[in-house]
Design a protein around this ligand. Structure first.
Ligand code: GTP
Ligand code: MG
Length: 597
């Protein structure tokens, strides 16, 4: 119920929305379920009729031979309708399968799209294993709900109601006696639901936790190995796994507490029928045929009662799972195109301006950037230097609008970045991030990721720019070498150079390098610096660096400290100023002098 406040639709409303295109089929399936369950009453009904026929034959001294066609007609009807019922059940199963798979397909695609479009904040909130649980296990619970749970509910309801109505048409008083215990079932099921709902929620969390552990350990396997933590991780997983299993068992056991009551009521039904029915027969209120119809159908009242626990369990599993999916389904990225964003299909000139920009992470306690103001003119190279954690990465993330400033403005070509369409803005920015992520694909595929139409020569050219072509050529399969997940199989510096080639390959008007040459040797770095100065397309470069050798030739150097610009100017000016940068130069040059001697 609380869902209604959280999301625009209730769980079932949401399911209905996602059955688009299959709603007619679903209604057909529901009718099918109702139909084949009503048909279940047919055999007992005709059996009752047969008994009546025999009784009449006997009591009125008629011969059965004369009434043979009635007898055969009844038998034929019973067989025919049973066959018909089998066909309906078959078609019905197919229909549910189609509807549930259709809805699943739709939701899965929608979720994937949603997740893709999320901003950085989303990815720092949700863990991969948790998201994976949502698009796998949780989605399966949703499918199960359509294909099985809803069907069981309709089945139980139809059976119960049609049997009840049928009973009333035979004898209302006997019907009333037989049905008198039903309300207790609802009471029991209601209490059961209250108890079991939170357990299914907990179960769902545990599953996600377990998946996250597994996912992190598999992708972080190198760390596990490096620290020889296999035993620990194994035991840890064993514990989580055990806990999950035990919670599962505990959840299943809840019904066992309620089960005896339900079973007692279900078993009491035939006894009541025997007692009251017997009295009514003796009293002449009903005849043997009526009694047979009642007793052959009493299961149609008892079975739905017995099913309740199972249905409720499954429905709670669905509820817990669908909440998790709907959370993503209805989540909105905060950083999206503004309604009046301008389209800018052509190339940017590449002027980047920060105008009194301050920024704090939403979950952070302190401002990370304070009052940052600078301009990178088209074609200029601006270096950002500063100690670790001073806000360099945070700063450059404002340019492609991964995060938005709390105050101040970031402009590209004089227009605030939020006024561009995100794709237009980001298409113009080549970014090599600090932690390199490569796809499990060929090296060529990785380099041309942002610019699919590259020729082999062009791929090679960008690899040359990033001083990667030599080592790629030395690999047995060259550009066709498949790199592992996240670039396993390459050295840190090799990965960085491929990521640089990938950023260059889109011929960006703004190139942002976040510590991209930190893992390459001095000589290679020199080569890279050289090619960056001689690119065959105009490009503004913003380079985060730690080495003076990188910053030396830059047009402008920003020294960042605690989120503020401490000093800015070119190498000569900053050395002359004798501040932090000058100290850094002394330190690094001193070091290299020491190592040279
Ligand atoms: P290095 O890459 O180590 O040289 O540091 P940096 O200058 O790139 O620092 P960065 O901009 O990554 O971080 C600046 C500060 O912001 C640090 O104190 C971080 O702890 C903090 N920070 C970085 N990312 C996040 C984030 O996603 N959420 C929160 N709350 N804080 C963050
Ligand atoms: Mg950083």
């Amino acid at each position: 119920m609380d869902m209604k406040q959280l999301y625009p639709k209730s769980r079932l409303g949401w399911l209905w929305e996602n059955m688009e295109g299959k709603r007619g089929l679903f209604i057909f399936a529901l009718f099918g379920t109702a139909l084949y369950n009503v048909l279940q009453l047919v055999v007992p009904h005709f059996s009752g009729k047969l008994v009546k026929l025999f009784q009449r034959v006997e009591s009125e001294g008629l011969s059965l031979t004369e009434n043979a066609d009635t007898f055969y007609r009844l038998i034929f009807l019973m067989v025919g309708l049973t066959l018909f019922r089998v066909i309906v059940v078959y078609l019905d199963c197919m229909a549910y399968e189609r509807v549930s798979q259709g809805a699943l397909f739709r939701i899965r695609n929608f979720l994937y799209d949603k997740i893709q479009r999320q901003d950085m904040k989303f990815y720092s909130t949700y863990r991969t294993g948790d998201l994976m649980t949502r698009v796998t296990g949780d989605l399966d619970a949703v499918r199960h709900n359509i294909a099985w749970v809803i069907r069981c509910i309709v089945e139980s309801l139809t059976l119960y109601l049609s049997a009840a109505v049928y009973f009333f048409t035979i004898d209302w008083l006997l019907a009333l006696c037989v049905l008198s215990l039903s309300p207790f079932i609802f009471l029991i099921v209601f209490r059961f639901r209250r108890k079991v709902a939170p357990m299914h929620k907990a179960l769902r969390e545990k599953l996600a936790g377990m998946n996250t552990d597994a996912q992190e350990n598999i992708s972080g396997n190198r760390v596990v190995k490096a620290f020889a933590r296999e035993e620990y991780e194994k035991e840890h997983f064993d514990k989580t796994n055990r806990d999950y299993r035990d919670t599962n068992i505990r959840t299943q056991k809840v019904w066992l507490k309620f089960f005896p009551f339900v079973e007692f009521i279900a078993n009491a039904l035939p006894v009541i029928l025997l007692l009251v029915g017997g009295m009514f027969i003796i009293g002449g209120r009903i005849d043997m045929g009526d009694y047979v119809a009642f007793s052959l159908l009493i299961w149609a009242i008892a079975n739905p009662m017995r099913m309740m626990g199972n249905i409720m369990n499954e429905f709670q599993r669905f509820s817990a799972a669908s909440d998790k999916i709907m959370e993503i389904y209805y989540s909105e990225a905060e950083i999206v195109d503004h309604p009046d964003a301008i389209a800018h299909p052509q190339r940017f000139e590449g002027r980047v301006e920060f105008d009194h920009v301050s920024f704090q992470y939403e979950d952070g306690k302190l401002p990370v950037l304070r009052d940052i103001t600078f301009t990178a003119e088209p074609g200029e190279t601006v270096a950002i230097i500063g100690e670790t954690g001073c806000g360099k990465t945070s700063l450059i993330q404002m340019i492609p609008r991964f995060y938005e400033p709390n105050s101040g403005s970031v402009r590209v070509d004089g227009i605030p970045v939020e006024n561009y369409k995100l794709t237009d803005l980001r298409k113009n920015i080549g970014l090599a991030t600090q932690d390199v992520l490569l796809y499990s694909d060929t090296i060529e595929g990785n380099i041309s990721y942002g610019a699919m139409a590259l020729t082999a020569e062009e791929v090679e050219k960008y690899a040359r720019y990033s001083a990667a072509s030599d080592f790629i050529h030395r690999m047995p399969e060259g550009y066709d070498t498949i790199v592992g997940e996240r670039g396993v199989g390459l050295s840190g510096g090799q990965k960085q150079r491929i990521s640089l080639a990938r950023a260059l390959a889109i011929k960006p008007s703004i190139l942002i390098l976040d510590d991209t040459t930190s893992a390459v040797d001095m000589e290679t770095e020199k080569q890279i610096q050289h090619s960056l100065r001689n690119l065959d397309f105009p490009c503004t470069k913003i380079i985060i660096a730690q080495r003076i050798s990188t910053t030396k030739f830059c047009d402008k150097i920003l020294v960042l400290k605690d989120g503020r610009i401490l000093e800015s100017g070119n190498h000569r000016e900053l050395v002359a100023a004798g501040g932090y940068y000058a100290e850094l130069v002394k330190l690094q040059l001193g070091e290299s002098l020491v190592s040279a001697s």
